[in-house]
Design a protein around this ligand. Structure first.
Ligand SMILES: [Zn+2]
Ligand SMILES: [Zn+2]
Length: 154
């Protein structure tokens, strides 16, 4: 189940600056998909993205998937495995993830998804590799529960 329909987004000015310089490097389709995700400010499935971009000439899911793959390769879009949905990176000021761990908290009640941007989280995941010798290449952590607001109002 996907959270409520896309609404206004609240992203910092830094994001817009980085996004602006980034979008000049993207192809038209990548730019449209990235813009759809940043505007939504919430995870979207590939089919929701396709619906949003039909007027822009998108016709087939493959067009969306191709752009998403490339954007994920650039580290500016992440896939939420458990939701099979995609979300724009919320800290685009250092937008290239370059293999660092990515984490999300997902509220089961209101659907709010927040990207974890926490040095301790990163150090913890990297520490696991350092201690065990396991060479992690891709880490995505999804923590489900209640956001502060929902937990407080329960
Ligand atoms: Zn990110
Ligand atoms: Zn919530």
């Amino acid at each position: 189940m996907l959270p409520r329909t896309p609404s206004a987004i609240t992203l910092g000015p830094v994001f817009h600056e980085a996004a602006q310089s980034l979008t000049t490097e993207l192809t038209k389709n990548q730019r449209l998909v990235f813009a759809a995700l940043t505007r939504a400010g919430t995870p979207l499935s590939a089919y929701q993205i396709l619906d949003l971009l039909r007027d822009d000439g998108f016709r087939a899911p493959l067009q969306v998937y191709r752009a998403l793959d490339q954007l994920r390769g650039l580290g500016v879009v992440h896939r939420l495995e458990s939701m099979n949905a995609f979300v724009a990176c919320s800290h685009a000021e250092d937008h290239a993830h370059h293999g660092e761990p990515i984490g999300f908290t997902i509220c089961e009640r209101c659907g709010t998804v927040s990207e974890i941007h926490d040095a301790d989280f990163r150090a913890f995941v990297e520490g696991i590799g350092a201690r065990s010798g396991f060479r992690a290449e891709k880490t995505t952590v999804e923590i489900r529960g209640l956001c502060a607001e929902c937990a407080g109002g329960a």
